[in-house]
Design a binder for this molecule. Structure first.
Ligand code: CS2
Length: 494
């Protein structure tokens, strides 16, 4: 491999098998600012935008903003924002260089530059993938007004740290300057993600000024969207292999699967790319798609992650190939499917068949520990919501509650069977203070439900705690095999 770097200058010299941006990047206008330029964004929205640019839609280049670390900017800066996307399926790998990210900003280094980009009249859409925990919701779902970053951003509107601070301040500046608001397109795995972010921002703005809150409530569009593509973290081996194939170094290629889906509510008063021409499904209501994805894909992903970790499986495909876990996932889907809207034409049989194929993709090596991160932020919409609905419909959500118990057990296993920081969670300090290992399963489950706000205020809460506690007891005594046996699932080595 040579030391030359992937860049505008080396693009033409790449092997013919690598797809490259077939457009003049200098002619592209940055019309989108994206907050949270992680691997997911680069495998998903940036690839869709690359298709639009390729087809001649020159107004929609991306300014990528990292809200925390400079890592992505450090890797992509010397590459003119270019990176390769490796689409991997068992047995094959296709490479494409994506050109839609025109420039990058690192918020902690230069918050003023981020505000300036957001205030630019040509910025018409702001997209976000900042992960569940960055929405800074309190256990009840409202804005965590005591969070130090929220307190900071309310006191220092010109130097924000949070997405809330950046969006509200730039919307305020646009309003003062008579510039039309941008449309805010949330791309995180939250239920009703646009409406949720809208509510949080109005709450945040109201703490600054009532007029501004009213402006954001009434005049800014927040379409919801469902995003789907599995994106395992890039490894050192991936970097070396891809750079070898390119013949130049790519400091941060992105790994993904062939499957890709984006369903977006069509509400873009300031204009949008003609996404429908490039495989995006534009709809009036994204709710049913979102619920199906969160409850079937993400719910079973979390199940595979925690049961997999407790069974010693490092990757999703290996955990899913374990017949007992596989059978459990079928049971989980059977519990979650009746909670989905029945009259809107969702084909759950086809969807779960596709999921089974995607989870079996051995080329991805998607680590269970990666998905295990931030369980407290993920389980409410992936698992607990379906469980509450099942229970209020008179059914016992036994499979669903095993996922919550497995999360608690996996947290307890850190520092014992699992390495201390094998995965992390925003509640880690509070979980460590609880030290649930020293409590009975019942007390542990109750304390964790309270801490994470699971089923808060729901009549179902105590029953769910009891179900989770019984599973946790079995996990503690006899491991995954004992917990699955209680559900009638026989582990292969029993
Ligand atoms: C995963 C998701 O890490 C996780 O929690 O469940 O990132 C999942 O891979 C994506 O939502 C797939 O679209």
């Amino acid at each position: 491999m040579t030391n030359r770097r992937l860049s505008n200058n080396t693009l033409q010299a790449l092997p013919a098998s690598v797809a490259i941006p077939g457009y003049d990047r200098d002619q592209i206008v940055p019309g989108i600012v994206h907050l949270g330029v992680g691997a997911f964004h680069r495998a998903h929205q940036a690839a869709y935008i690359d298709d639009c640019l390729m087809a001649g839609e020159t107004d929609w280049g991306i300014v990528g903003v990292s809200l925390r670390s400079a890592d992505t900017s450090d890797a992509l800066g010397p590459q003119d924002g270019l990176y390769s996307l490796a689409v991997r399926s068992s047995g094959s790998e296709g490479l494409r260089v994506v050109g839609s990210i025109l420039s990058m900003l690192v918020a902690p280094q230069d918050p003023g530059a981020v505000l300036a980009a957001l205030t630019e009249p040509r910025t018409r859409i702001v997209t976000l993938t900042i992960t569940e925990k960055a929405y800074l919701r309190a256990a009840g779902g409202g804005l965590d007004t005591a969070h130090p970053d929220i307190v900071h951003d309310l006191a220092n509107p010109d130097l924000p740290r949070t997405a809330h601070g950046f969006l509200v301040e730039s919307l305020s500046r646009r309003r003062a300057a008579g510039i039309q608001p941008f449309t805010v397109l949330c791309c995180d795995n939250l239920p009703a993600n646009g409406a949720t972010l809208h509510r949080l921002l109005v709450e945040f703005a109201a703490l600054r000024n009532t007029d501004l809150a009213r402006h954001i409530a009434d005049e800014v569009a927040f379409p919801s969207s469902m995003v789907d593509r599995i994106v395992p973290a890039t490894t050192g081996a991936d970097r070396a292999r891809i750079s070898g194939q390119l013949g130049v170094e790519d400091a941060w290629p992105v790994m993904t699967e062939p499957f890709c889906q984006w369903v977006v509510e069509d509400d873009f008063p300031a204009g949008r790319p003609a996404w429908e021409k490039f495989g995006v499904t534009m709809v009036g209501d994204v709710g049913p798609f979102e619920d199906m994805k969160l409850r079937l894909l993400n719910g079973s992903h979390s199940a595979i992650a925690y049961l997999g970790l407790l069974s010693g499986h490092e990757t999703v495909d290996r955990a899913f190939a374990d017949p007992a876990i596989r059978q459990f996932v079928d049971g989980l889907w059977a519990e979650a499917i009746p909670t989905l809207p029945q009259d809107v034409g969702l084909d759950t049989a086809d969807y779960t068949a596709q999921l089974a194929e995607r989870f079996s993709n051995t080329a991805l090596a998607h680590r269970t520990a990666q998905i295990a991160n931030d369980g407290s932020q993920k389980l409410p919409q992936r698992i607990v919501a379906s469980a509450m609905e099942r229970l209020s419909g008179g059914a016992l959500p036994a499979h669903l509650m095993l996922v919550v118990a497995a999360w608690i057990a996996a947290c307890e296993a850190r520092g014992n069977a699992l390495p201390e920081n094998h995965f992390t969670d925003p509640l880690d300090a509070a979980l460590a203070a609880l030290d649930t290992r020293r409590q009975s399963a019942k007390d542990a489950a109750m304390a964790v439900f309270d801490l994470a706000g699971f089923a808060k205020g729901g009549a179902e809460r105590l029953t769910l705690v009891d179900l989770a506690a019984a599973h946790l007891e079995r996990l503690r005594r006899g491991g995954v095999a004992a917990a699955l046996t209680a559900l009638g699932i026989q582990a292969a080595n029993d």
